[in-house]
Design a binder for this molecule. Structure first.
Ligand SMILES: [Fe+2]
Ligand SMILES: [Fe+2]
Length: 235
């Protein structure tokens, strides 16, 4: 009993530390803005050493970026920098999550629908981010559209944490989960680097400001040719 109490306490500490670390990463971009994400939907994965803990860490970072952007005004340097980071973060996260997790989960009949649902929402979010990036940040409609995207994204990550990860975990081994974390981290790093390089090239070629929030659409697993080319259960 005493051991269980200690385990629970250290689990709560790990979760608290993971959440605080994720928020601090977002806040580093605009230290003068508060990153109040408040209470988050309950999940057993926060602070876990496997793929799900790593994904929740990103989700908390994204929650903080969303909360900070809502505090910005008009076409300001803070809004531009934070939105650019949000786009790069969310798109790299989605691409890496699809490769590391959903491509395998999709092939397990018991969890195919969960994976399809998560990947379909990535496409919807992709479209909402592209729409926002094309709009004038100083216009009255930008923050309203942003609020809609924020609600959609918070819904998406809550469902992942409370439903889809729970279902996926039942079909995966501990070794799978550990391996997937490595795949996720490598792919996310590559995606972020690629996007940064692409933005620099685009800014140089088109005379755009390096602050411009432009980004390229990434192919998603909804593209069935990519699903077919992804090796089945590479674990
Ligand atoms: Fe996702
Ligand atoms: Fe996610």
């Amino acid at each position: 009993m005493a051991v269980q109490t200690i385990d629970r306490a250290s689990g709560a500490q790990r979760a608290h530390k993971a959440k605080a670390g994720a928020i601090a990463k977002a806040k580093a971009l605009a230290p003068s803005l508060a990153a109040r994400i408040g209470s988050t939907p309950a999940t057993k994965y926060r602070g876990d050493p496997n793929i799900f803990g790593r994904l929740v860490e990103d989700h908390d970072r994204h929650r903080a970026l969303l909360a900070m952007i809502e505090q910005t005004q008009g076409d300001s340097a803070d809004r531009r920098a934070l939105f650019k980071e949000l786009v790069r973060e969310v798109k790299a996260h989605a691409a890496a999550e699809e490769q590391a997790l959903w491509s395998s989960v999709l092939r397990e009949p018991k969890t195919t629908d969960f994976a399809r649902h998560a990947v379909a929402e990535h496409k919807e979010l992709d479209d909402m981010l592209a729409d926002l990036a094309a709009r004038d940040m100083a216009s009255s409609g930008w923050l309203r559209r942003f609020a809609e995207m924020k609600d959609e994204y918070l819904h998406h990550i809550r469902e992942e944490e409370q439903e889809q990860f729970v279902a996926a975990e039942k079909t995966l081994t501990t070794a799978d989960l550990k391996y997937m974390r490595g795949v996720f981290s490598r792919r996310k790093k590559q995606e972020k680097g690629r996007r940064e390089g692409g933005e620099k090239t685009q800014a140089q070629g088109q005379g755009l400001s390096a602050e411009a929030p432009g980004f390229k659409c990434v192919p998603h697993l909804m593209d069935q040719s990519r699903v077919a080319s992804t090796p089945a259960k590479t674990l």
